[in-house]
Design a protein around this ligand. Structure first.
Ligand code: PLP
Length: 396
């Protein structure tokens, strides 16, 4: 069966008591023991829950992994994985990762728990220059956030494997419908399932997918020990969202393509970052390792702080909000919003200036999306009426 069909069946046939077609939400913290001779399949929901298990099986299947562990947020997935490395371990991370990932890695480094090198992996061979005896993993986000640079998964995977280090990929931006890093040698894939996987902006959640059963066990041990595993209701919502993931990704991408092409020809726009445009620096690489270009578009707008503020406050279809991957369209300024937690130097090095605007292109009608951008860019261009200073009457 195709993934699209398998997803429509996900979670079915798990209810042997009543045979409900929709997966039940096992909203129970604990499960009854028959006696003390043996442990039941489930005993306590932090360690295992049937609703979460059904989601984990579905996500592992989608990513082509041996197993998955679903946790409370994307950051819980990242911190659970990082907790698996011993004190003093060194991590190489792509330099333009999500601001929260940069903040966590820097914080762990400042506490002396891990050391980190943030590296521009555009040339994969630069990874070799940063590998030390204590390096345990290379951490890659591709396409990157917010500039949508694409990193060569196959090359990075080969270098990591030769060096005997683990290869972790944050696949949040594309979802397994458009990119499957395990096929390129990733040991672990992480997701903020808050985004495309759920798709409705109503749950914060995350997932770790492991290529081998042993690594799934390591990740499950860490998530259970840390108490990071996700709640039954959240798991159920993600599973429901996943059923329409292939359809949603198709529409996100179609709309994003049209938005990128529109912005590319707009005279208020300096440059557009969308790997689906032939002019994007990584278009060829993206075409080989991705099966689509996704729904995220960033652009550099011309203008000063005041005009950027006018742009961001005048959209009506695009909502000014962080996050991404929901059915609605969002607009944001990474420097002051999603990437505000990043150190200023790190942000500058990654090229995230105040003029970079990020769009999460939703699945609404393209005419409405383009019309909204048109009027917002027009408002940004308009000079505000000069403020007339009222002279105080001389006698006061
Ligand atoms: C690429 C990426 N990874 C991880 C995260 C963190 O996920 P969460 O907000 O679910 O903790 C985000 C959040 O925006 C993200 O964009």
């Amino acid at each position: 069966m195709h993934p699209q069909t398998r997803l429509t069946l996900a979670g079915q046939r798990t209810d042997s008591a009543y045979k409900s077609v929709s997966l039940p939400i096992y909203q129970s913290a604990i499960f009854r023991f028959d006696d003390t001779d043996g442990k039941p399949e489930y005993d306590y929901s932090r360690s295992g829950n049937p609703t979460r298990d059904a989601l984990e099986r579905t996500i592992a299947d989608l990513e082509g992994g041996a197993g998955a562990v679903c946790v409370a947020s994307g950051m819980a997935a990242i911190s659970t994985l990082l907790s698996m490395y011993e004190a003093g371990a060194h991590i190489v991370c792509s330099h333009d990762c999500y601001g929260g990932t940069e903040r966590l890695l820097t914080w762990l480094q400042n506490q002396g728990k891990l050391s980190v090198s943030f590296v521009d992996l555009s040339d994969p061979s630069s990874l070799s220059l940063h590998i030390r005896p204590e390096t345990r993993a290379v951490w890659v986000e591709t396409p990157s956030n917010p500039l949508l640079r694409v990193y060569d998964l196959r090359e990075i995977g080969l270098i990591a494997s030769e060096a005997g280090i683990e290869f972790v990929v944050d696949n949040t931006f594309l979802s397994p419908v458009l990119q499957r890093p395990i096929e390129f040698g990733a040991d672990f894939v992480v997701h903020s399932t808050t985004k495309y996987m759920n798709g409705h902006s109503d749950v914060v959640s995350g997932a770790i997918i492991a290529a081998t059963p042993e690594n799934r066990e390591r990740a499950h041990f860490a998530a259970n020990a840390l108490g990071a595993t996700s709640a039954p209701f959240d798991s159920w919502l993600i599973l429901r969202g996943l059923k329409t993931l292939p359809l949603r990704m198709k529409q996100h991408e179609e709309n994003a393509h049209a938005v990128a092409a529109y912005l590319n020809s707009h005279d208020s726009v300096e440059q557009v970052f969308y790997p689906g445009l032939a002019s994007h620096r990584d278009h060829d690489l993206a075409s080989t390792q991705q099966s689509g270009f996704g729904g995220m578009v960033s652009f550099e707008v011309k203008g000063d702080a005041a005009s950027i503020r006018r742009l961001l406050s005048s959209t009506r279809v695009f909502t000014l909000a962080e996050s991404l991957g929901g059915v609605e369209s969002l607009i944001e300024q990474p420097a002051t919003m999603s990437h505000a937690s990043m150190r200023v130097e790190a942000r500058e090095e990654a090229g995230i200036t105040d003029n970079i605007i990020r769009l999460s292109v939703g699945i609404g009608h393209i005419d409405d999306l383009l019309e909204d951008l048109e009027q917002a860019l027009e408002s940004a261009r308009c000079q505000p009426a000069p403020t007339i200073k009222v002279q105080s009457p001389a006698h006061v």
